[in-house]
Design a protein around this ligand. Structure first.
Ligand code: NAD
Length: 309
């Protein structure tokens, strides 16, 4: 299969390597010139926890250099980069490829629908992880899985075929029963852990050790619940809170600094507008107040501004 990975940072590169090693023809597409140049010149370096480095020859291009068509486009930009990437890729979407995104945040389907008919779109969530050590260099650990669903399930041509392609690459994909509920659940978790750990400059275990972590949690998630109800999305504060509490111990994710914390530390924009910010905006549209989420989004944007982001 001819596969484009549009947004080939930490996650896109990890998925690209696995899909190429399974026999697919993979092109990494990215706007970071230095990253593209290093991959084409030296290959992609993968540092695997405890197993040292591997260098994998791969093809990388800037969006403007891409002229061929693909069977599958996997969008792995950050949520706020997706619209611009899709605009740049306009020409390669002509032969109606399947377009898949597993990016975090709510609202990605709406972004993709501005460029691609919804019958071609598949969305999901993943617990695979990856880090970007520098241009052309990712660090990976552990394994993961993917849960996905076509946006219009009875119109998408061949979801089992797409799942087979991902599974042949060892990506452990399966069809979700209710992908929007899964996306909101993950966004709920991120809107608590990512946002507070970034504001407090702490890791997940330190957040969990705060005596008032649950009150802080509920202030975010009760508003998620109200907005989800109005939007007719399945959501459970108790389920997301359990999932969050399960991350606190050192054996799970206690020592981890969430991606938003890492973005802020690297002076890169955060995905806040697709987490707390999205729920606050959707709440306004639906007549449901979400002032805590609106304030948290403003605080993160203020922190970005203070860092010149
Ligand atoms: P990333 O920051 O590694 O890459 C995203 C884009 O930003 C890429 O196009 C990349 O080239 C570009 N970029 C990164 N650093 C740059 C730099 N210094 N200069 C110029 N461009 C740069 O993002 P990611 O971690 O791959 O995440 C992609 C999506 O997947 C996000 O929605 C994220 O929330 C989600 N996600 C990430 C993980 C993870 O473990 N990284 C896990 C699950 C979901």
């Amino acid at each position: 299969m001819k596969i484009a990975i549009a947004g080939a940072g930490a996650m896109g590169s990890r998925f690209g390597v696995k899909l190429q090693q399974a026999g697919n023809q993979v092109t990494l597409i990215d706007n970071w010139q230095e990253h593209v140049d290093v991959i084409n010149r030296d290959g992609l370096t993968i540092t695997t926890d405890g197993q040292g480095d591997q260098v994998i020859p791969m093809t990388a291009k800037r969006p403007a250099e891409v002229t061929e068509q693909f069977d599958l486009v996997i969008l792995f930009t950050k949520a706020m980069q997706m619209d611009a990437m899709l605009q740049q890729l306009n020409g390669i979407l002509d032969n109606q490829p399947a377009v898949l995104t597993l990016a975090n945040g709510i609202g990605n389907v709406e972004t993709i629908e501005r460029h691609v008919p919804k019958e071609q779109i598949v969305v999901g969530t993943t617990v695979w992880s990856s880090g970007l050590a520098g241009p052309g260099h990712i660090t990976v650990t552990g394994t993961g899985s993917i849960s996905l669903q076509a946006v219009v399930p009875d119109k998408f041509p061949n979801l089992p075929g797409l799942i087979d392609t991902l599974n042949a690459a060892g990506l452990h994909a399966s069809e979700a029963a209710n992908v929007m509920a899964a996306i909101w659940k993950k966004a709920g978790l991120n809107s608590v852990l990512n946002t507070y750990c970034t504001l407090f400059d702490c890791n997940i275990g330190e957040f969990g050790a705060l005596p008032n972590w649950r009150e802080l949690n509920d202030r975010v998630l009760n508003e998620f619940q109200a907005v989800a109800n109005a939007a007719k999305i399945q959501f459970s504060v108790a389920d997301v809170t359990d999932l969050i509490a399960a991350q606190f111990s050192p054996e799970t994710n206690g020592g981890h600094y969430p991606s938003m914390h890492q973005d802020m530390a690297k002076h890169r924009p955060t995905e806040i507008d697709f987490l707390n910010g999205y729920v606050a905006k959707l709440g306004t549209k639906l007549g449901v107040a979400a002032p805590n989420n609106a304030l948290l989004a403003q605080l993160i944007h203020s922190q970005e501004a203070l860092r010149g982001i």
